[in-house]
Design a protein around this ligand. Structure first.
Ligand code: SF4
Length: 106
């Protein structure tokens, strides 16, 4: 979600700089498997996401980049794959089927 900034010489802050998960335990955002995504840790992560001011930016980034691990924007990996399928995105396949692994920076 783009914001307007008056000063052309100062870059706008990245949405991640305003993330509610800054300082939170990263392990609750990365359950060991999709089947654990509905567990207590994932619910705690989603509760943090739901009060996050950049939830939509985060979710859009994760969907657009085919992020297959963890909770992003209060969604699980299967939920993001469903969003990609619904929009006809070629990233709908899991990362391991696309030959991509690891966490990416945006
Ligand atoms: S929506 Fe959740 S994962 Fe994304 S930046 Fe906010 S708190 Fe972090």
């Amino acid at each position: 979600m783009a914001e307007q900034y008056a000063c052309p010489t100062t870059p706008p802050p990245h949405w991640r700089d305003r993330a509610a998960c800054i300082g939170e335990d990263p392990e609750i955002f990365f359950p060991l498997s999709d089947s654990l995504a509905a567990g207590a840790d994932a619910r705690a992560a989603m509760a943090i996401c739901r009060r996050c001011p950049v939830l939509l930016d985060c979710r859009a980034w994760a969907v657009e980049h085919g992020e297959d691990d963890g909770i992003w924007g209060a969604t699980t990996a299967p939920q993001r794959r469903a969003l990609r399928r619904a929009t006809g995105d070629t990233l709908a396949a899991p990362a391991y089927q696309r030959g991509r692994t690891g966490h990416q920076d945006g």
